[in-house]
Write a protein that binds this ligand. Structure first.
Ligand SMILES: Cc1cc2nc3c(=O)[nH]c(=O)nc-3n(C[C@H](O)[C@H](O)[C@H](O)COP(=O)(O)OP(=O)(O)OC[C@H]3O[C@@H](n4cnc5c(N)ncnc54)[C@H](O)[C@@H]3O)c2cc1C
Length: 385
C-alpha cells in the first residue's frame, strides 16, 4: 500500500479478517498486519462449531440467530467454500440442575425460532449409537452449524484482497506513536512506522498487551486451551457431542478437562479441550492435557479404545472479567477501536464484523452494540484509559 490506509487492523484471526472484508467492501483503504500468519491465534486452534444452543438471552441471541442465517449464504457471498454444514449439537446431561436449566433454555430456543428439543436416554441411544448407555438423564439437542475455520479465514482474506485490502503476514506491531488523544502511527518489527487515520486492535489474547503499549489497560484475561485430532474414521458420530457441564468445569479452574467432539468432513474426530491458567501466552501442549482428554473421551465412547490420536495443539482463549465481548472505541482515544473476547465467535462474527465496519466508518450500525462498549470498565474494574 503506497498511500496511508484509512484503517489499519492489527491481528489476522476471524475478527480482523472479517472486518477487513467489510471495510474493503465499503471502499475503505484497509491494511491488516498479522504478526505470524493467518490463523496463528485462537481462530486456527478452534473446533469449527457454529454455536447457538448456549447463547444468552437478548443481544447475544439476536447476534447468534442473525449470524447463523448469514453463515448459510456466506460461501456464496465470499466466493469460496469452507465446508459449511448444519450439524446438531447434543449437550449430554448428567445432573438434575442441568436438566432443569436446559429444559428452560430449549423452550427459549424454540420461542426464538431455533430447532431444539430435549431427548431422553432412549432417544440418545438412537441419536449416537456409540455413546456409553448409562449415566445420562438425556440431552439437549439443537440444530447448529460446523465449518473448517482455516477455510473460513482464507475465504474472508481472499475476498478482502479482491476488494483491495492489503494483508501482510509476518509483520508484528511492536509500539505506537500516541500524541494526546490520537494514535498517529504503529511501529513494526520490520522497522517501519505505518500511519493510519483509524486503528483496530483485533489481536485476541494479545489485545491487552498491545493496548498497554498505547497507555491503555483493559483487563483482557485468557485461558490456555488444548485440543486433539484423531486419525480419520468411518462415519460414527452424527452430532457435535458435548457435556452440559462444559463451561462450569473449565471456567475459573486452574486445570480442567471437558469434552466437546465432532467428526470432521474427512472422518477425523476433533476433540476439545484441556484448559489451564497460565501466566503468559504460549502454544505448547502440556504433559497432562492429551492423556486426560483421551481418558474422558473413552469414558463417553468406549468403542474408541484403539483409535490413534494424531496431533494436539494449544492456543490462548481470551475473556473479559464479566465474560462479555469488548467491542468499540477505546475511551480517551479518538481513533482506536478494539474487538475481542467474543461469544459464539464463529456464529456471530459474520454479522458482528459488518456492524463493526459500519461503526468504524461512522455509518449507523444495524444493531446497537453499546452493551459491549469498553466504558463499562471505567469505574473500579482495574481498567485505565
Ligand atoms: C481449543 C479452542 C476451541 C475453540 N472452539 C471454538 C468453536 O468451536 N467455535 C467458536 O465459535 N469459537 C471457538 N473457540 C474460540 C475462538 O477460537 C476465538 O473466540 C476466536 O478465534 C478469536 O478470534 P480473534 O480474531 O479475536 O483472535 P485470534 O484468532 O487469536 O487472532 C489474533 C491474531 O492477532 C495476532 N497478533 C497478536 N499480536 C500481534 C501483533 N503485535 N501484531 C500483529 N498481529 C498480532 C495473532 O498472531 C493472531 O493471529 C475456540 C478456542 C479454542 C482455543
Amino acid at each position: 500500500m503506497t498511500t496511508q490506509p484509512d484503517i489499519l487492523i492489527i491481528g489476522g484471526g476471524f475478527a480482523g479478517l472479517a472486518i477487513a472484508y467489510h471495510l474493503a467492501r465499503r471502499g475503505a483503504k484497509t491494511l491488516l498486519l498479522e504478526a505470524e500468519r493467518i490463523g496463528y491465534g485462537a481462530s486456527g486452534a478452534c473446533a469449527g462449531r457454529a454455536q447457538l444452543s448456549e447463547s444468552h438471552r437478548g443481544l447475544h441471541m439476536t447476534l447468534a440467530l442473525a449470524g447463523m442465517a448469514r453463515l448459510t449464504q456466506l460461501e456464496g457471498e465470499l466466493g469460496r467454500e469452507f465446508e459449511w454444514r448444519r450439524l446438531g449439537n447434543l449437550m449430554l446431561i448428567q445432573q438434575s440442575h442441568h436438566w432443569h436449566w436446559w429444559t428452560e433454555q430449549v423452550a427459549y430456543l424454540q420461542d426464538v425460532g431455533a430447532q431444539a428439543a430435549m431427548l431422553g436416554p432412549d432417544d440418545l441411544a438412537e441419536a449416537e449409537p456409540h455413546l456409553r448407555r448409562d449415566g445420562f438423564l438425556g440431552a439437549a439437542w439443537c440444530l447448529e452449524g460446523h465449518l473448517n475455520p482455516f477455510k473460513l479465514m482464507w475465504a474472508y482474506a481472499d475476498a478482502a484482497r479482491r476488494l483491495g485490502a492489503e494483508i501482510r503476514q509476518g509483520v508484528r506491531v511492536t509500539g505506537f506513536r500516541r500524541v494526546a488523544r490520537r494514535v498517529l502511527s504503529v511501529q513494526t518489527d520490520q522497522g517501519q512506522s505505518v500511519a493510519a487515520a483509524r486503528i483496530v486492535v483485533t489481536a485476541g489474547a494479545w489485545t491487552g498487551k498491545l493496548l498497554r503499549r498505547m497507555g491503555v489497560h483493559l483487563p483482557v484475561q485468557f485461558t490456555h486451551a488444548e485440543a486433539v485430532i484423531s486419525e480419520p474414521l468411518p462415519p460414527m458420530l452424527h452430532h457435535h457431542v458435548g457435556l452440559a457441564n462444559f463451561y462450569e468445569t473449565i471456567h475459573n479452574a486452574r486445570k480442567a478437562v471437558s469434552i466437546g467432539v465432532a467428526q470432521q468432513k474427512h472422518g477425523a474426530l476433533l476433540i476439545t479441550e484441556a484448559v489451564e491458567q497460565t501466566p503468559y501466552i504460549h502454544r505448547a501442549n502440556s504433559a497432562w492435557g492429551l492423556p486426560d482428554i483421551a481418558r474422558e473421551l473413552l469414558a463417553l465412547f468406549p468403542a474408541l479404545t484403539n483409535v490413534q490420536l494424531m496431533r494436539a495443539w494449544a492456543a490462548a482463549s481470551p475473556f473479559l472479567p464479566d465474560e462479555h465481548p469488548g467491542i468499540g472505541w477505546i475511551p480517551g482515544l479518538n481513533n482506536v477501536f478494539t474487538a475481542t473476547c467474543f461469544h459464539n465467535t464463529i456464529t456471530t462474527i459474520p454479522i458482528l464484523s459488518e456492524i463493526m465496519a459500519q461503526m468504524l466508518l461512522d455509518e449507523h450500525p444495524d444493531i446497537d452494540l453499546s452493551p459491549f462498549a469498553l466504558d463499562r470498565f471505567k469505574n473500579g474494574t482495574g481498567a485505565t484509559f
